[in-house]
Design a protein around this ligand. Structure first.
Ligand code: ATP
Length: 310
């Protein structure tokens, strides 16, 4: 292909990156543009996150290197996969698994709260992804609805590992304020140090509240008021929510991290009981891009069965 005039021309004008044929833009971040691309041989769709190396300041370089080093470890059906990184003299290209079904934030803003069943299916997939990350000592630290993407078939893919960190063990104390304030745990506003897993769990509580009610638990017109309402856990669980869901929200949104539900308690909660919830444990979808790679433990992975989605 290197001798093919057309391929060379496409490489020069940025219509091709390595084996990937680049198509239209699907999003943009602070330092990146994200484009749809196709693998020239397998035809698999990917999301190509393009970063201009000359525009990355020290902070952006640090976030990017965190994103890449965490994602290199992550292989789970509910986590966006990093297939490879392609570097050219001026640009870095993160070749990511494509999630073409939009994000949870837009879905709720456009269509309103999710039904109880859809909330369970969505929340259980996020939970499965977070359990897996914590098991391998990766803390996400920026869980929010904008970072929960869907594939076109409705499968959840947790994305955006720029604030993530790999810890030597889950009891490692952290000290950097990360993430989006409405999803931030109280200890992030109050304490100099915090433990990673409870911070992700709190953000899952905020996500759960947002999914089942269509509103955020903590809202305020100034940062000071938002901070106060989070520290005081000043939120109201609507009485019309099913009891098991109310109990789960209250178990997660506890201000003292040691009293907050742990991931395994959430997994065993009444709201996610299999009797109420038609789930199947299925093997991850095969993709040509991943042939030869092995997932860590297929038994942990939950994907929604088709009947539950329809
Ligand atoms: P920032 O850089 O400001 O934190 P961000 O993290 O949202 O923003 P990106 O990760 O660069 O930025 O993503 C920008 C947008 O591109 C996302 O909001 C999403 O719409 C889209 N996008 C990112 N990754 C994917 C993906 N794997 N599949 C489909 N769309 C994606």
């Amino acid at each position: 292909m290197c001798k093919d005039d057309n391929t060379i021309k496409e490489l020069i004008i940025g219509r091709r990156v390595g084996f990937y044929k680049v198509r239209g833009e699907i999003g943009c971040g602070t330092f990146s543009r994200v484009k749809l691309a196709f693998h020239a041989l397998t035809k698999d769709k990917v999301a190509l996150k393009i970063l201009d190396k000359t525009r990355l300041d020290t902070q952006a370089q640090r976030l990017l290197s965190r994103e890449i080093s965490s994602m290199e470890f992550l292989r789970h059906p509910n986590v966006v996969l990093l297939y490879e990184v392609v570097e050219t003299p001026s640009r870095l290209h993160l070749v990511l698994e494509y999630a073409g079904g939009g994000d949870l934030h837009n879905r709720i803003c456009n269509e309103g709260k999710l039904s109880d069943t859809t909330s369970k299916i969505t929340f259980a997939q996020i939970l499965s992804a977070i359990k897996y990350m914590h098991n391998i000592n990766i803390i996400h630290r920026d869980l929010k609805a904008e970072n929960v993407l869907f594939t076109s078939s409705g499968c959840v893919k947790v994305a955006d590992f720029g604030f993530s960190t790999r810890v030597s063990n889950r009891n490692k104390v952290l000290d950097t304020f990360c993430g989006s304030p409405p999803y931030a745990a109280p200890e992030l506003f109050q304490d100099e140090c915090y433990l990673g897993p409870p911070v992700d769990v709190w953000a899952m509580g905020v996500l759960l509240f947002f999914m089942v009610t269509g509103t955020m638990p903590f809202r305020a017109d100034t940062m000071g008021k938002l901070r106060r309402s989070i520290i005081e856990a000043n939120y109201i669980v609507p009485p019309w929510l099913p009891g098991p869901c109310q109990r789960l929200i209250k178990g997660i949104l506890k201000t003292i991290p040691a009293e907050r539900y742990a991931v395994d308690q959430i997994l065993g909660c009444d709201w996610l009981l299999p009797v109420e919830f038609p789930w199947s444990l299925v093997a991850p979808e095969p993709t040509g891009l991943l042939e030869g790679h092995h997932r860590a433990d297929d038994r942990l992975y939950c994907l929604p069965c088709k009947s539950a989605e329809s």
